[in-house]
Design a protein around this ligand. Structure first.
Ligand code: UDP
Ligand code: MG
Length: 314
């Protein structure tokens, strides 16, 4: 098997047949032996019967049906776990990604890369609530992880399967796989891909995802640092905070002594101290909590999804 295509499906009934057609078309010209793994993430529309029907007439199509909605990352993780191809390509189920780009991604893998990440250079989503937050997020992710990509959020990527084996996904982490893989030495490339408006239906996400992604970014940053230098990570911010505190204290003292400003019940003073220390504590607690949760999941090898049934999978 050369290739496993993994597609999360959550209420995409109108897109499933076109998706199958386009994938079949795109790969007919190549001589690749492939499987198309469709993961039904607890759809409540007619998606599953359609998936079963397609899998009935095309043995290359494999279906995993979740017991409930576990989220896009879990659906992708289930597909990755089942994938047997040399290369694994995740893709969206609404045809915003173009299956015709897959051969190009594979060619790049054959140049010797372990991860090839799609870049939606001409992204077909609204600016203010989708593209703008993405631009900011990508800049931040690149800076924090040291792996510079224009478009972490693009689902269409290609991985050598070995790269995925050590990567445990949860939360919104699927988009950070290139950074996590790079930490263990994967060679990462980025390649412009096509992007289309959603074929049918509406997006499953609102602005809340941006917050979730930013919070998960902190986890990733922490995970990347944790294995080697947790105290450095926390210590650095601790020291900066203390320096900021000293600075603020010095300033306050100066104002009191030389400007005669009254510090008696000065709300700014209290507010600054509260925000500064409160914020740091929240972040630190959050990170420790995340780490704890992760240790818990990995220690008991708790799966992040539950499967109701599998089709065409042994
Ligand atoms: N998806 C999923 N589970 C969810 C939400 C979304 O499997 O809980 C799938 C969805 O069916 C689609 C992909 O994830 O195949 C991307 O979702 P969507 O197109 O809604 O996101 P957007 O393109 O707007 O970022
Ligand atoms: Mg979409």
């Amino acid at each position: 098997m050369n290739l496993s295509i993994v597609v999360p499906i959550y209420n995409e009934e109108e897109n499933i047949v076109p998706l199958h057609e386009r994938v079949t078309e795109a790969l007919a010209e190549t001589s690749l032996a492939y499987e198309l793994i469709l993961v039904d993430d607890g759809s409540s529309d007619g998606s599953f019967p359609l998936l079963r029907e397609i899998a009935g007439r095309d043995p290359r199509v494999k279906v995993i049906r979740f017991r409930r909605n576990f989220g896009q990352t879990a659906a992708m993780a289930a597909g990755f776990d089942a994938a047997r191809g040399r290369v694994v390509v995740p893709m969206d189920g609404d045809l915003q990604n173009d299956p015709a780009d897959i051969p190009m991604l594979l060619a790049k893998i054959d140049e010797g890369y372990d991860v090839v990440s799609g870049w939606r250079k001409d992204r077909q989503d609204t600016f203010i609530n989708r593209r703008l937050p993405s631009i900011l997020a990508n800049g931040l992710i690149s800076r924090l992880t040291g792996v510079h990509l224009h478009d972490y959020g693009c689902t269409l990527k290609a991985y050598r399967r070995e790269v995925l084996e050590g990567v445990n996904l949860y939360g919104e982490l699927h988009r950070f796989v290139p950074a996590l893989a790079s930490q263990v030495g994967a060679r990462v490339a980025e390649l412009p891909v096509r992007h289309h408006p959603r074929l049918h239906g509406t997006s499953k996400y609102g602005i809340s995802r941006t917050t979730r992604v930013v919070l998960d970014l902190m986890t990733v940053k922490f995970l990347l640092s944790y294995s080697t230098k947790p105290i450095q990570l926390f210590g650095k911010w601790g020291i900066y905070t203390m320096l900021a505190g000293m600075l603020a204290g010095g300033l306050t003292l100066y104002m009191k002594l030389f400007e005669g400003m009254s510090m008696n019940r000065n709300p700014l003073l209290i507010l600054t101290a509260f925000l500064l220390f409160g914020g740091v504590q929240f972040i630190a607690l959050g990170l420790l909590g995340e780490l704890n949760a992760r240790t818990y999941y990995e220690a008991q090898a708790k799966p992040i999804y539950a499967v109701r049934e599998r089709i065409n999978l042994g």
